[in-house]
Structure formats: C-alpha cells, structure tokens
Design a protein around this ligand. Structure first.
Ligand SMILES: *[C@@H]1O[C@H](CO)[C@@H](O)[C@H](O)[C@H]1NC(C)=O
Ligand SMILES: *[C@@H]1O[C@H](CO)[C@@H](O)[C@H](O)[C@H]1NC(C)=O
Ligand SMILES: *[C@@H]1O[C@H](CO)[C@@H](O)[C@H](O)[C@H]1NC(C)=O
Length: 373
C-alpha cells in the first residue's frame, strides 16, 4: 500500500483481541471520543481526576531561580480509580502508562486493568502522557506545539521520568511506599511500561506490555513489514479488493492533476473542504486502511471508530459489490465509508479531524530521540 512512513508501533488495546502491526500512522482520527462507561463488557468503573505539578525537564539542573519559573513545570493529569477495593498501604498499585492521546480515552478502553484490579485488591492509576490531552506544558497546546524548542521536552525518556516521579510522590502521599507497582500499557504505552520497568526497576515490580512493538525498529525488522501485514489483511479477505485499492493510488494522483481534479476528488469523497493536494486524500485513505488492520476485530468495537465485526471484510464487500461500471474511486469511497462513516451520520469528511488529541505523534515518531530510547 502506501510507502513506509516511519518506525513502527503496534496498536492494540489490552481488552481487545489481537490486531495487526501498525507503522505509526499520524494519529487516530475519528469523529469524537466515545466514553463507554459500563458498556461493552468493561464493567462499571469510576475514577477521580487529579493534577500533579510536574517538572518539564528531568535531565538538567535548573538554577534556584528556575524553581519559580512557571514554565519549568506543567500540570500532569492522572486518574485514580474509585472502586474502593484497594487493600490500602502495602496493597498493589496498577499503573497505566498513558500513550499518545487523551488519558480518559485509554482508561475507557483498557478493561483488563479495571477487571483485574479487584481480584488483586489493587489501586488503579492512569497517568496522562505529557503533551497530550490536558497535560500541556507552557499553559496551552498552541504554545506547547509552537516550535521545536517548545517541543523539545516531548520525549519518551521525559514521559517515563514523569511517571516515575508521579508514582513516587503519590505513594508517599498515600503512605504506600511499600506497595508493589505493576505497570500496564498498550502499544506505545506498552513500550513505555517495558522501558520504565527496565530504567526504574526500583519503582515497579513488573510491567505488562500489551501489543508493544519494543523491537520493531528499522534496523531490526524489514522496513516494509508493517504495510506488508496490512496488505495481507486485505488480500486475505479479497484479492480483487486488494487490487482495486492498489490501483487506486495512481488513478487518484492522475485525477488530482487533471482539470478541476482536486474539486472533483473532494466531491467524490464528500469532503468538507476542497483538497489542496491529492496527497492529503491519499494519506487519509491510507490511514483508514492501517487503522482497519489494527482494529480488525471479530466483534463490533468502537475504540478508534464505531465499526462492525470484521471491518476489513465489510470494506472489501463494499468495494467489490458495487455495480458493473462503477469507477475505481467510487468503489474506494464506498469502502472507506465503512471506516469513517459506519454510523451513517457524518455529513462530510474533515481530513484534519483529531478527536483524541493525538497531534504530537508525528513529532514523536519522526524525531531521532524516539528511536534511541
Ligand atoms: C511561537 O514562537 C514564536 C517565536 O519563535 C513567538 O513569537 C510566538 O509568540 C510563539 N507563539 C505561541 C503561541 O507561543
Ligand atoms: C502529594 O501531596 C502534595 C501536598 O498536598 C500535593 O501537592 C501533590 O500534588 C501530591 N502528589 C500527587 C502525586 O498527587
Ligand atoms: C454517511 O452515510 C450516510 C448514510 O449512508 C450518507 O447519507 C452520507 O452521505 C455519508 N456521509 C458521507 C460524508 O459520505
């Protein structure tokens, strides 16, 4: 499918069955975050939202004056389970290492943590990753994401240090210094959990890294591996569907270059705004195929989007079942509708939608520090 983008990150959630590898597409698009309190078999769960004054840079030695500098700190959001089943000081703590998005979204989709906690009389904590959700340095997202200087503190190393500091402080406040901590995480959050266990072995006794591609880096696995697997998922459902998608990239570029091409493409795909380049549409489509491979569950789900069971099968059915004479791009539109518009309530498609607040992912994936953690 689309050319390789960057290093790979496997995305699957703890409570959902296995999915495919992902090569870290730009972000998780979707119409809106969906809270699922008490639904989908997760069981009722409740938490309290708290904020912790977190240091922006864990690895330099600020002068005394810097301690008073507001920008040297930010408010890190974290959630504390209110189940009441915690054994108290000395009892275990289950700590979810937040990944690249709003932490409430991960809390709503990590049923395993909530379900296991009562059995171990564990306290549940979900900590948000810096630069995502509400945990913004410099007071606002616009300021945090302004330039490479303000983004310099968006690293996995800093995020893990945040978690270690937060945990240590929380344990002290709870007089629970002796409580064993088990780290949890899915996908990139699972990578963080594993790395944190390695780097701060005195802070946690174990880590459950779910679907965490800690070894999926370009010098370890073939660089095409992610898209090869995505392609296989589509081939397995229907070869003709796979070929329609494969052929569509060229058609799309050609049409984009033609007279009024971008306007026609925008119309065919029911976009809210006229395209500036056909590449934007290709990225949007390519993201859908990648996400579909990640959440190709055999049951209906709505982690990224509301989707039917076996969504790739549905996409291919739509692509393949159009009447004779339907153009390639119309078939592609019909297919991608399953991903972006399964509820049938989307009026037009906005290519810049970022409902889970994941705008920082590109930065994290492309900058070299991430790969050298
Ligand atoms: C972004 O940085 C520039 C300087 O590099 C500054 O002039 C501008 O005010 C900053 N914008 C925000 C929103 O902080
Ligand atoms: C621990 O308590 C102090 C004092 O009340 C508070 O400022 C800090 O935020 C607490 N730490 C955490 C992790 O909540
Ligand atoms: C979403 O699906 C509904 C129902 O099939 C359809 O009427 C609508 O045009 C679709 N939206 C877009 C943006 O294609």
């Amino acid at each position: 499918m689309r050319p390789l983008r960057c290093l790979a990150v496997l995305l699957v959630l703890v409570l959902l069955p296995a999915a495919a590898w992902t090569l870290a597409p730009p972000r998780f698009p979707g119409p809106q975050p969906r809270a699922r309190q008490g639904t989908n078999g997760v069981g009722a769960y409740e938490y309290e939202t708290r904020y912790f004054r977190q240091r922006l840079d864990h690895f330099s030695f600020p002068g005394v004056g810097d301690e008073d500098e507001p920008a040297a700190f930010f408010q890190q959001r974290y959630l504390v389970g209110r189940g009441g089943g915690w054994a108290g000081p000395g009892g275990p703590i289950f700590f979810y290492c937040g990944n690249e998005g709003d932490i409430t979204w991960f809390a709503a989709n990590s049923g395993l943590v909530w379900e296991a906690a009562p059995r171990f009389a564990a306290l549940v904590v979900f900590a948000e990753h810096r630069y995502y959700g509400e945990s913004m340095p410099f007071g606002s997202k616009a300021k945090a994401y302004n330039n490479s200087k303000s983004l310099a503190y968006l690293t996995a190393e800093q995020a893990i240090a945040d978690f270690a500091v937060l945990l240590t402080d929380l344990k002290r406040n709870l007089s629970a210094e002796g409580s064993p901590v088990v780290l949890f995480g899915g996908s990139y959050g699972g990578m963080l959990a594993a790395w944190m266990r390695l780097k701060y072995p005195h802070v946690a006794v174990g880590a459950l890294a779910s679907s965490a591609p800690i070894l999926q880096f370009e010098d370890i696995v073939p660089s095409t591996i992610f898209y090869d697997l995505v392609s296989d998922d589509f081939k397995r459902e229907s070869l003709s569907c796979f070929h329609t998608i494969k052929d569509s990239w060229k058609v799309l570029d050609e049409q984009g270059n033609g007279q009024d091409g971008l306007m026609k493409l925008s119309k065919t795909f029911h976009l809210c705004q006229t395209l500036k380049t056909s590449g934007d549409l290709s990225d949007w489509l390519s993201s859908a195929y990648s996400y579909l491979a990640m959440v190709d569950y055999p049951i209906p789900s709505e982690f990224l989007m509301p989707l039917p069971a076996n969504p790739i099968k549905e996409v291919c059915r739509n692509i393949d079942s159009q009447p004779e004479g339907t153009s390639i791009l119309e078939r592609i539109y019909a297919g991608v509708n399953v991903y972006y518009n399964y509820t049938g309530t989307v009026g037009c498609f906005d290519l810049n939608d970022d409902p889970h607040g994941m705008g920082g992912w590109d930065w994290q994936v492309f900058k070299p520090q991430f790969q050298s953690v």
